[in-house]
Design a protein around this ligand. Structure first.
Ligand code: GLU
Length: 327
């Protein structure tokens, strides 16, 4: 059996067009996230997919250039920003390393669950559930204001995507700021346990705004390539993360990136992934490409229903699962 490799562009285009055609005809499209009012109005009838090879131009199908709210996918970039810029000296000042304040285990609970946090004394299971990302946001605020930190995460996305146009969607951020009581509860609980340093509203202002960055499938796939390329930005060869850190981020994506369905996603697709309630899923194909699929309708666990199906189809056609091709 040959090992997986990048498929020739024409063949990949046929695969993506075929996936887009098939999902277009599906009647069960999931449900848009209702708890963020601004997302509740997004048109369900949209689907896009883009593959960004580490050494070639992106290939896409469907609504691959439509902007959507990246939501929890931003947690990959905020973690990258924290790992990249917060050095050993700062950790000493903070008094604990990132990994003493956030775990590295799947939670098995919903992304906004409060119960586990109480049992575990305010230490979130991993950086990809909401409380974990809120701690990462707090770490970023050790040496900058929340406005500066939003710009840093945004600029990281812009640099990685080679596209300076992306912005925070202010309407979505305001919507979350108004209605984010559950995230406030998580943050206040961690503050009470001594695991947040900055004022809760400053941390949440960063967290809600990073979640509200709007990107397209194509931008997000290009931005994710460093994780497929051992931490190097394929655009210019610069180091975004060390190879070891990039490997760790992708390991976390595999184990914790799809809410309490991370095991199911690994079972069905077999790629490190991070999903968001905006309906996007970013997957990493190590050594080959980053891929984003998007459709706003979610399944019961909060993962995009059609994007999940699209990834199952993609790995079947490309044999890109890290666990080996399906027969
Ligand atoms: N901003 C969303 C929240 O905090 C992110 C959720 C997600 O995409 O998982 O609830």
């Amino acid at each position: 059996m040959p090992s997986p490799s990048l498929i020739e562009t024409g063949e990949l285009q046929v695969i993506l067009d075929d996936i887009a055609d098939r999902v277009a005809g599906m009647s069960d499209r999931g449900k848009v996230a209702q708890y963020i009012p601004e997302l509740a109005g997004v048109d369900l009838n949209q689907f896009g997919i883009a593959v960004a090879p580490i050494d070639g131009a992106p290939v896409s199908a469907g609504n691959a250039d439509t902007l959507f709210s990246i939501q929890s996918i931003s947690k990959v970039f905020s973690l990258t920003e924290a790992l990249q810029h917060v050095g050993a000296t700062l950790w000493q000042r903070v008094g604990a390393t990132l990994w003493q304040r956030v775990g590295r285990e799947p939670s098995g609970d919903p992304f906004n669950s409060i119960v586990q946090l109480e049992h575990e004394r305010g230490i979130p299971r991993n950086p990809f559930i909401n409380p974990g990302a809120i701690v990462v946001a707090d770490v970023l605020l050790e040496d900058r204001s929340s406005d500066e930190a939003v710009n840093d995460v945004l600029n990281l996305c812009r640099t990685l995507a080679e596209d300076a146009s992306m912005q925070v969607d202010k309407a979505v951020a305001d919507s979350e700021m108004r209605t984010g009581s559950r995230n406030r509860a998580l943050a206040h609980f961690m503050k009470a346990e001594g695991n947040l340093k900055a004022p809760v509203e400053d941390v949440l202002s960063l967290y809600f705004r990073q979640c509200s960055i709007a990107m397209s499938c194509r931008q997000l796939a290009v931005a994710g390539r460093y994780l497929a390329a051992a931490g190097q930005n394929p655009a210019d060869g610069s180091t975004v993360l060390s190879a070891q850190r990039a490997r760790r981020v992708t390991a976390l994506m595999m184990m914790c990136g799809s809410y309490d369905a991370s095991g199911e996603f690994a079972f069905r697709v077999g790629l490190p992934a991070k999903s968001g309630v905006g309906g996007g899923i970013l997957c990493i194909v190590p050594g080959i490409a980053a891929v984003t699929a998007w459709s706003p309708g979610l399944d019961a666990k909060g993962n995009s229903h059609l994007a999940s199906i699209a990834f199952q189809e993609l790995v079947r056609a490309t044999r890109w699962s890290v666990f080996g091709p399906s027969v």
